[in-house]
Structures are given as structure tokens and as C-alpha cells.
Design a protein around this ligand. Structure first.
Ligand code: SAM
Ligand code: DTB
Ligand code: SF4
Length: 367
């Protein structure tokens, strides 16, 4: 039985990533079978509960207010809208709903109270509830846990070294702090990253070192291929080769044997054969539904057809961990602290982010 290690070196990970493909696939698939049923795949539906207008400068993100993209911003959705979408997701085979908000961090107040109510509502539908709301404090994580949150997604995105080329408005250590705050509760951790942002293979390995050092390792690790959106600083990045995706998934599976490895953004550009190799290499989760947060994703019927071709079954909810209990707002033992946490603003300058910001101003001025 393979053991979970937290002391992987970058070189060891690179050696795995660069193995002859057949050896890599064989090793990853063998480890996958030790820890998971190879014929079940967890299916999660993304819901953008608050879209666009984000103050951050993440170079990949179409929701950053400073770039000129086609994303239309929306205020926070209502609990009823969220419930309707969750019911639709459940009917189409999803066991999890992941609610995303284009926020830098969570602020205590009526919007957060509404999100807590959304969590309670979806948990009562017997679905796993995940949120990705930006940075959160320990008190906010506790309040989410009490509402019945199953998972919190907060990605490291890339290696600590390359991170400085991607985002200037918050630090890597802030991300680790948020993950740590979630870890202090019984909410599971979902953290992964993006490939295809111009990083080196060493940065992919560096990100896996950082994720594997988390103890316990994240219960799920999303591997996103960059969706290069026009108007963002990364609009001209070349699509990720399927071979890179397969190698990244397989390496993640070997380094983090027990985690659910999620084949995340970028599936619209992958063939069924390519995705099948990713599943063989250890991916056992996908985002389903024709939209991710703001960009397209394969249609759910196409995915179900692919599952049927490959003999895959959607994973039932709560097979990895029991359903959390929901505490009603009136019975809560936590109160909003209205904290003003000191999240960092490293504020270094990233040339291509500045250029994209300038370009967007120019487009607006030229109109
Ligand atoms: N605002 C919150 C935050 O940044 O933590 C939550 C939402 S944010 C959109 C969640 C994650 O989506 C990011 O950390 C990033 O990994 C991923 N993501 C965003 N834009 C992407 C893109 N164009 N291609 C691939 N992944 C992307
Ligand atoms: C994750 O790692 N990928 C998802 C989810 N977590 C929140 C988001 C992908 C977003 C892709 C770009 C978009 O649709 O806006
Ligand atoms: Fe904002 Fe999150 Fe997009 Fe960064 S990734 S710009 S924090 S929505």
C-alpha cells in the first residue's frame, strides 16, 4: 500500500512527471486503484453566486474588474435562485455544488449571512456544499462549518516563485493562512492550481511540493488548464497540450494518493480520449454543467454519454466523509466578529497585468 508522504522534493516530483509516459500511467493507475474505485467519478456543479467586478489582479481571471473582458457582473444571487440551481444540478447527476464569489475575501455582514443560508439550504438537499469566496478568517470558516459546509476551495494556483508573476494584490502566505483557517474546522480542503500560465514544469512541481506538504493533504485537488480569456493578461497563452494535463494529473495522483483529483477548467478543449487517459491516470472528479464560473464547459449530456462509453458512474454524495450537520442561524454558537484581518497586499508590479489594465483603459477611452 502506498503511503502518504509530506516530504517530497521538487526533484523527486520532476523525475515522476518526466517518466516515460507508459511507466507514469502504470504507476499512477496502480496507486489510484489502491485508494479509489477507478470507475466512479465525483461530479460537481459550479455556481457563480456573485460574478465579476473583483478588485484583485489575478492575471488569469476574467472577473477582475481592471481587465476589459466580456464578463457581465452580477450582485449576489438570492437563496431561492441558488436552491433552484442546486435542484437542477442534483437532477442531472451532481453530488456537489460549488458556489464561487468574485471576492478578495469574505466580509462579515448581510451578504455573508445570505451565503450561510445558501449553505444550509443546499446541505438540506443532501448534496455536498463547497464554497470558494476568497480569503476567510478562522471565525468565518467556523461559521461556514456550522452551516453545513462540506468543502472550501482555495487554490495555491502555482508555485510560490511563479505566483509573483501572476498576482500582485495578495500573497502566497495569505492563501496558506486561509487553508489553515479551514483546516481548523471539520470542513474539507479543496486546493489545486492552473497549468498553462507560462510557468515552467519546475513551477508545476513546486506547486505539488507545497500542496503535498499540507498535513493532512487536501481532500480534493483541482487541476485547471488555463482558459485564456480575451482582455486578461494571459489572453495569448497557448492551449495546454493534453500530454501535460495527463502528466500533471498522474503526478498529482502519485504524490497525493488519497485526494480526489479534479479535472477542472479546460475540458472543452480536451477530446474524450484525452479525458479517458486523465481518468486512467487518476483523475476522479469533474466540474459538470455547460458553464464553469464565466466560461464554457462541456454540456452535461455529453459528459453523461462519455461516462456511459467509459463505464464510469457518478459518485454518490458523502461516500468519503459523513454529511455535516446544519445548525440553524438562531442556534449558532458563533457571532460575526466584524474583524478587519490583515491580509497582505504585496503590491509589486507585474508587467503584463499592468499592460492589460492599460489596454482596457485605452479601449474604454477610444469608444
Ligand atoms: N475569488 C475567489 C478566489 O480567487 O479565491 C474564488 C473564485 S476564483 C475564480 C477560483 C479559482 O478559479 C482561481 O483560484 C483559479 O484557480 C480558477 N480560475 C479562475 N480563472 C481561471 C481561468 N481563466 N482558467 C483556469 N482557472 C481559472
Ligand atoms: C477551480 O479550481 N476551478 C473552478 C473552481 N475551482 C472555482 C473555477 C474555474 C474557473 C474558470 C474560469 C471561469 O469560468 O471564469
Ligand atoms: Fe477575483 Fe478570485 Fe478572479 Fe482573483 S481569481 S480576480 S480573487 S475572482
Amino acid at each position: 500500500m502506498s503511503v502518504t508522504r509530506h516530504d517530497w522534493t521538487k526533484q523527486e516530483i520532476l523525475d515522476i512527471y518526466n517518466k516515460p509516459l507508459m511507466d507514469l500511467l502504470y504507476e499512477a493507475a496502480s496507486i489510484h486503484r489502491e485508494h479509489h474505485n477507478p470507475n466512479t467519478v465525483q461530479v460537481s456543479t459550479l455556481l457563480s453566486i456573485k460574478t465579476g467586478g473583483c478588485p484583485e489582479d489575478c492575471g488569469y481571471c476574467p472577473q477582475a474588474a481592471r481587465y476589459h473582458t466580456d464578463v457581465e457582473g452580477n450582485d449576489l444571487m438570492s437563496v431561492q435562485q441558488v436552491k433552484a440551481q442546486a435542484l437542477r444540478a442534483r437532477a442531472s447527476g451532481s453530488s456537489r455544488v460549488c458556489m464561487g464569489a468574485a471576492w478578495r475575501n469574505v466580509k462579515d455582514g448581510p451578504e455573508f449571512e445570505n451565503v450561510l443560508e445558501m449553505v444550509r439550504t443546499i446541505n438540506k438537499l443532501e448534496m455536498e456544499v463547497c464554497c470558494t469566496l476568497g480569503m476567510i478568517t478562522e471565525n468565518q470558516a467556523q461559521r461556514l462549518a456550522e452551516a453545513g459546509l462540506y468543502a472550501y476551495n482555495h487554490n495555491l494556483d502555482t508555485s510560490e516563485e511563479y505566483y509573483k508573476e501572476v498576482i500582485s494584490t495578495r500573497g502566497y502566505e495569505d492563501r496558506l493562512q486561509t487553508i489553515d483557517n479551514v483546516r481548523k474546522t471539520n470542513v474539507t480542503v479543496c486546493s489545486g492550481g492552473i497549468i498553462g500560465m507560462g510557468e515552467k514544469v519546475e513551477d508545476r512541481a513546486g506547486m505539488l511540493v507545497a500542496l503535498s506538504r499540507l498535513n493532512p493533504q487536501p481532500e480534493s485537488v483541482p487541476i485547471n488548464a488555463l482558459v485564456a480569456v480575451e482582455g486578461t493578461p494571459m489572453e495569448e497563452e497557448k492551449p495546454v497540450a493534453i500530454w501535460d494535463m495527463i502528466r500533471m494529473v498522474a503526478t498529482t495522483r502519485i504524490i497525493m494518493p488519497k485526494t480526489q483529483v479534479r479535472l477542472s477548467a479546460g475540458r472543452t478543449d480536451m477530446s474524450r480520449e484525452g479525458q479517458a487517459m486523465c481518468f486512467f491516470a487518476g483523475a476522479n472528479s469533474i466540474f459538470a454543467g455547460d458553464k464553469l464560473l464565466t466560461t464554457p464547459n462541456p454540456d452535461v449530456n455529453e459528459d453523461m454519454e462519455m461516462f456511459s462509453l467509459l463505464g464510469l458512474e457518478p459518485q454518490k454524495p458523502f461516500v468519503k466523509k459523513a454529511q455535516p450537520e446544519t445548525v440553524e442561524a438562531k442556534d449558532s454558537k458563533f457571532e460575526a466578529l466584524g474583524e478587519k484581518p490583515k491580509w497582505s497586499r504585496p503590491d509589486h508590479s507585474i508587467e503584463r497585468n499592468e499592460a492589460a489594465k492599460y489596454k482596457s483603459k485605452k479601449i474604454v477611452a477610444d469608444k
